[in-house]
Design a protein around this ligand. Structure first.
Ligand SMILES: C[S@@+](CC[C@H](N)C(=O)[O-])C[C@H]1O[C@@H](n2cnc3c(N)ncnc32)[C@H](O)[C@@H]1O
Length: 259
């Protein structure tokens, strides 16, 4: 019998926003077309409204859809994250693990008996199908259920003891906290649960990178620039060891001092 292979479901980032943007954007295009049926002023008005709608909706709609396809392709190449070398059985915490897109990739790359814990609040609409059930199912399908466990937990109050982990990963999560105090609090918590000499990995989009402008258009202002991330990580006492620009997505690796 031809058994269908189960596939993991990582979902699309901001799926509902993409659909809304594209629908509104198509409305903008129809205004362009309709403008030819009317006289000067109405035509001018329709064209201006059409341009605004295309800029604010159609561009980001298609751009973010493209971003999702590129992210999935990158993931297949498995070159997205460069984990720092941790010698023996690293204990890793992935905060804001979502459907496990990054967490499961890290777990797959673990070759030296390590273990990964993933936590998420699962109350935001960042990814389509974002839930604890989805991430657990994805881990099982990808064959990493023996070296991972996932649960509810907030970046602002991490449910683990002090100095538990060798690595803490925050991939595309901190920008969702919006308020600077909350970002600092999340980094303070990451510092607390890391062992001395432990590593922090932060991945965030850079506001004015051409890639982000292609994806989000005018919405690139929602993001912060890479200097902001660098400074706020250093302010929490971490020493930045490497900074990598991976297609507009910046990866920082930083270390907690070894006492
Ligand atoms: C853009 S998604 C990134 C998911 C995943 N890290 C990845 O690389 O695909 C952001 C995730 O952060 C989670 N999140 C937002 N605020 C959080 C918080 N305060 N604590 C834990 N997770 C949070 C959201 O629920 C969402 O799953």
């Amino acid at each position: 019998m031809n058994e269908k292979k189960e596939k993991p479901k990582y979902g699309w980032y901001v799926k509902k926003l993409i659909i809304t943007c594209i629908i509104l954007g198509l409305f903008g295009i129809s205004l362009f077309v309709l403008s030819f049926l009317f006289g000067n002023w109405v035509r001018f008005f329709f064209i201006i409204v059409g341009i605004v709608v295309v800029l604010f909706f159609l561009w980001p709609g298609f751009g973010m859809a493209l971003m999702n396809i590129i992210i999935t392709k990158n993931l297949k190449k498995q070159k997205e994250i460069e984990m720092p070398m941790v010698q023996e059985s690293p204990k890793i915490l992935d905060i804001g693990c979502g459907t496990g897109r990054t967490a499961i990739k890290i777990a797959k790359d673990l070759k030296n008996g390590g273990y990964l814990y993933g936590i998420d609040v699962y109350n935001k609409v960042a990814i389509g199908g974002n839930s604890l059930e989805t991430v657990k199912q994805n881990a099982r399908i990808e064959g990493v259920q023996d070296k991972t466990s996932f649960g509810y937990g907030s970046a602002l109050d991490i449910p683990f003891e002090d100095e538990t982990f060798n690595v803490v990963n925050l991939s595309s999560v901190l920008h969702e906290l919006h308020i600077k105090n909350e970002i600092s609090k999340a980094l303070e918590e990451a510092y607390r649960v890391l062992k001395p000499g432990g590593w922090l990995i932060v991945g965030e989009w850079n506001k004015f990178s051409w890639q982000l402008i292609c994806y989000c258009g005018v919405f690139c202002f929602v993001f912060k620039d890479h200097n902001f991330w660098r400074e706020i990580i250093e302010q929490q006492g971490f020493g930045i060891k490497a900074q990598l620009n991976n297609g507009g997505f910046y990866l920082f690796s930083a270390q907690k001092p070894k006492n």
